[in-house]
Design a binder for this molecule. Structure first.
Ligand code: ZN
Length: 462
């Protein structure tokens, strides 16, 4: 059905103006000061955007949906994660494919695709994790890139599970450079964490409050430094995921100053939740266990200022949903067994609007840039996504800045049984969300079609 979005204030990473948008089919066909509905085909759906913002659909470049991890599976599937993303204004997800160390990479790619096909209501693509890199899997990674997955993920953390040896890391980054593929990286020194974890557990320090001390900021800064050293030697373009603290940001910026092509992602929990959440009594701290861990509060200002100055390119979530009962409590006796993750895919954009824009920590343009446009540019989706332009996909968010409510489990589409932001004040919400011209959300309710989401094949551009 053709769609007219009327009377909105269009806000992109660079522009701010009043206009109507007409979409015929799946893309934006007209952007004009005033489009008379009487001149449009009968049956055109009209969305009144008076008094509202119109943003390009938001992109979350770091989520986990299908995830076998730490002896369990993440709680969401593509249907629940899509609904949650869309209700929060996110129209494109980039999911991490995380195979086990002995899994065949191409089979993993096909498995992850099969989990999304038929259930996704957002458009989606993947970062391909390289958890081993022997000679015989090299061709498979070429094939995966040729199939439209133009980014790798590597783990410097999770010793014995996901982390790569230096030999394999160097070889994988060399291939990435050759193919023009950007390497996203979880930067924490796996061996240091392993030793610290053992020492803490041996001393009887088993609660969730010890997760943070087992992976201090220096461990993350060391990981960033290490990644950037290899990037400097090889010329590979790299992207540090969930960069959480001052020390790690400084390492990335120092590398950038030396000429390394490094981009920085931070994730919404680190902007708003500090280490005291993980210290909550009665094991409640387990809800707030993720890696890198929640940090001392002073780091939050560094992250907000990093976004404002555009030193930090993107705000993602690292959505990794594990319920408190039946999953997080697997770590009752040892914090090392608490599945990691603070789910936020539905809350991200409204949190940035409430605690970023409304508190004058960033402009609306910066919010759009950090939550949409930069991810599109870095990962080969621009200007199909991340822009309001003629010919771009009609992924649009009509946003009501005057809405007042709270965050919480009620109204959340994620299957996880808690909400990390329960009861927090919420200023603004998406009142209509479209994916390729079809309305998927109205006033916070999913009204769309499960299975409408498409795999986005991307070209290697780095
Ligand atoms: Zn992650």
């Amino acid at each position: 059905m053709p769609l007219l979005i009327q009377g909105g204030r269009l806000i992109t990473a660079t522009d701010d103006y009043q206009a109507d948008i007409y979409c015929q089919g799946e893309t934006i066909s007209r952007i004009e000061p005033a489009i008379d509905p009487k001149t449009l085909p009968p049956g055109t759906e009209v969305v009144d955007a008076a008094g509202k913002y119109v943003f390009p659909g938001f992109i979350d470049p770091h989520v986990h949906i299908y995830l076998p991890f730490m002896g369990t599976y993440a709680a969401d599937d593509y249907a629940s994660a899509s609904k949650a993303a869309l209700a929060g204004g996110t129209t494109t997800l980039i999911e991490m494919i995380c195979p086990g160390p002995t899994d065949d990479p191409f089979e993993a790619f096909e498995l992850w695709r099969s989990k999304a096909a038929g259930l996704a209501a957002v458009d989606y693509t993947f970062h391909m994790s390289v958890v081993r890199f022997e000679e015989h899997v090299r061709e498979q990674f070429r094939k995966i890139v040729a199939s439209g997955v133009a980014s790798f993920k590597v783990f410097l953390a999770y010793k014995g599970a996901l982390n790569l040896s230096d030999e394999h890391l160097f070889a994988a980054m060399k291939l990435a450079k050759e193919l023009g593929v950007i390497v996203t990286a979880h930067c924490e020194n796996a061996d240091a964490i392993d030793a610290l974890q053992r020492a803490l557990l041996a001393a009887g320090r088993t609660g969730p409050e010890w997760h943070g001390p087992s992976r201090p900021p220096t461990v993350e800064a060391d990981g960033v430094h290490h990644l950037c050293t290899f990037a400097e030697l090889l010329g590979t373009h790299v992207y540090t995921v969930h960069t959480s603290c001052d020390a790690a940001v400084r390492e990335a910026l120092a590398a950038r100053y030396r000429g390394v092509n490094v981009w920085i992602e931070s994730v919404i929990p680190h902007f708003l939740l500090d280490e005291t959440y993980a210290e909550r009594p009665g094991f409640e701290g387990a809800k707030y266990v993720m890696s890198p861990p929640l940090r001392a509060k002073a780091n939050q200002e560094v992250l907000w200022n990093g976004v404002k100055s555009r030193a930090i390119s993107t705000i993602a979530t690292d959505h990794a949903p594990f319920s408190f009962r039946g999953q997080k409590d697997m770590g009752k006796d040892a914090f090392t067994k608490i599945p990691n993750g603070i789910p936020s895919v539905q809350e991200r954009v409204d949190l940035v609007h409430t605690y970023g824009v409304s508190m004058e920590r960033m402009s609306l343009h910066t919010m759009v840039d950090a939550c949409s446009t930069q991810a599109a540019r870095l990962f080969g989706l621009y200007p199909r996504k991340g822009a309001i332009r003629l010919g771009s996909d009609a992924d649009l968010v009509v946003y009501d800045p005057a809405y007042r409510g709270t965050f919480g489990k009620k109204g959340s589409y994620s299957k996880v049984d808690y909400n990390a932001y329960e009861g927090w004040e919420r200023l603004g919400r998406p009142s209509a969300v479209t994916v390729r011209g079809a309305i998927q959300v109205k006033d916070g309710e999913f009204v769309g079609t499960i299975g409408r989401g498409q795999f986005l094949a991307r070209e290697a551009t780095h």
